[in-house]
Design a protein around this ligand. Structure first.
Ligand code: AHR
Length: 325
């Protein structure tokens, strides 16, 4: 009985002391707080991009506050203001459109909170309002898409009727993929642009856009579809399945992102060219933030373009490594 009393007292003291101990390393240390405002989750690419940023800051050294703006710039501005009010150490912003950021970025600068751009770019006179931008080279993506078409039709004098399904209006990838493409098409190609439509980077809207184009022009009169991302391309393929058109043969399909699902369709011959847009920005963002934390601001470049490839029907498709998303 005496022994039992002794063990009971020891147990009680143990419980008491464990209650006083710090609950986690995070509380003990002082994590660097990052406010991350993602523009939405319109595509599979976007989901991978969000994951990539989150994975990079998983250690106890950092605390990431995540806000999804559900495709609205006004929500992004609201999120940024809430980060400023919470006095985070740094903000990571994936801007949905290029313009309209001056006021809120000035507010962040006045509060001494640097803003790092993830993925897309912004148009701004004073570029000291953001620290750097990490993302893909959207202009080059358009260049690569056109290079495929130049190769496909090299030596041909046929008129090529083309449809362009763009991503969200006023976003960097939409603007740059368009110009990169049309600036690069060989001047000898007889291109007739039948239609330019918005598909908002979404499966459903890609499908709706091609449905509309079919009604207006008839798909039998289209030779090439240039779709600004794989999700819209998936919507287009879904639509084509209900028609007598064979994608990849009757209509050439050029897409962007190079996610696994689309690469499978390239291998199956239904997509002819898929240009990579690299969603894995997390590691490079982490590297920049480490420089910032070490006070090595001069070593931070104004822009970091990630490495990106292009996959076409002319390649040895068996060599493509799993895409990871
Ligand atoms: O900004 C990158 C683009 O946005 C990707 O190509 C697209 O899939 C995403 O939604």
């Amino acid at each position: 009985m005496r022994k039992m009393k002794y063990w009971f007292i020891l147990f009680f003291i143990g419980v008491l002391f464990s209650g006083c101990a710090p609950q986690s390393n995070q509380e003990e240390s002082n994590p660097f707080v990052i406010g991350f405002c993602q523009l939405g989750n319109e595509s599979t690419w976007r989901e991978r991009n969000t994951q990539s940023v989150m994975e990079a800051f998983e250690s106890d050294e950092y605390r990431l506050i995540y806000k999804n703006a559900y495709q609205k710039q006004s929500e992004q501005i609201k999120a940024l203001r809430s980060f400023i009010a919470a006095r985070v150490d740094l903000i990571v912003l994936a801007p949905i459109v290029e313009t309209g950021w001056e006021t809120v970025l000035k507010e962040a600068q006045e509060a001494n909170i640097p803003v790092l751009l993830n993925d897309r770019n912004i148009q701004i006179e004073d570029d000291s309002l953001y620290l750097t931008r990490v993302g893909g080279d959207f202009y080059q993506q358009g260049v690569k898409a056109a290079a495929y078409l130049n190769q496909k039709y090299s030596g041909s004098d046929q008129t090529i009727s083309l449809v362009e399904i763009q991503g969200s209006p006023d976003s960097t990838p939409t603007i740059q993929r368009h110009f990169g493409f049309f600036d690069t098409l060989d001047s000898h190609l007889q291109i007739e642009v039948k239609e330019t439509a918005d598909g908002d980077f979404m499966v459903s809207k890609g499908k709706e856009a091609i449905d509309q184009i079919d009604k207006e022009h008839g798909l039998e009169n289209i030779d090439v579809i240039y779709s600004h991302n794989d999700d819209m391309t998936m919507g287009i393929l879904e639509y084509l399945e209900q028609t007598s058109i064979t994608p990849g043969e009757d209509i050439l399909l050029i897409s962007v992102d190079a996610q696994q699902k689309a690469i499978d369709q390239l291998i199956a011959g239904k997509i002819n060219c898929d240009v990579e847009c690299n969603p894995n920005t997390g590691e490079q963002i982490l590297a920049v933030i480490k420089l910032y934390q070490a006070g090595k601001i001069d070593e931070i470049e104004k822009s970091y373009d990630l490495k990106e490839a292009v996959f076409t029907e002319f390649d040895d498709l068996a060599k493509i490594q799993p895409r990871g998303y």
